[in-house]
Design a protein around this ligand. Structure first.
Ligand code: SAM
Length: 129
């Protein structure tokens, strides 16, 4: 499989920032496969990092599916928004996972944000279905 262009851009961002915590290739392929099976709504991710895992998922989205990812680091969020500027079905927000899951979850992919509709993250940009 060819690595999607969005993933290449996210990997370049991680390299430029010296960010060493991105999803590995195998995890990315798994995220890609799982995301491709989602037929509606939004995929939520906690812990955007440089957007590598996000890019694998967004690259696999079916037409009416969106993706929302959050990270507590506003600088990462700003950088990732630039990477994903070409994707209209993507949102990246500065918010902490702890405020969504008060019991203290920190970072895990493919969590569903849909169960937390009461929470309105600040500083969200972009649009999604
Ligand atoms: C392992 S990296 C994420 C890697 C990314 N998911 C990927 O697939 O490449 C973890 C990220 O979680 C963020 N993070 C840590 N605690 C958080 C929290 N409580 N809420 C939101 N983001 C958090 C960190 O800033 C960091 O960018």
């Amino acid at each position: 499989m060819t690595i999607p262009a969005l993933v290449v851009r996210a990997l370049a961002l991680a390299e430029a920032r010296g960010f060493r915590h991105s999803s590995c290739l195998e995890a990315g392929l798994l995220l890609h496969a799982l995301a491709s099976t989602v037929t509606g709504g939004r995929i939520g991710e906690i812990g955007t990092g440089c957007g590598v895992g996000t890019a694998w998922m967004v690259s696999a989205l079916q037409p009416n599916v969106g993706c929302v990812t959050i990270d507590s680091d506003p600088q990462l969020v700003a950088a990732v928004r630039d990477v994903f500027a070409i994707s209209r079905r993507f949102r990246c927000c500065t918010v902490t996972g702890a405020s969504l899951w008060p019991t203290g979850h920190s970072s895990s992919s493919l969590q569903t944000a849909a169960t937390r509709k009461r929470h309105t993250p600040t500083r969200c940009l972009g649009s999604s279905p």
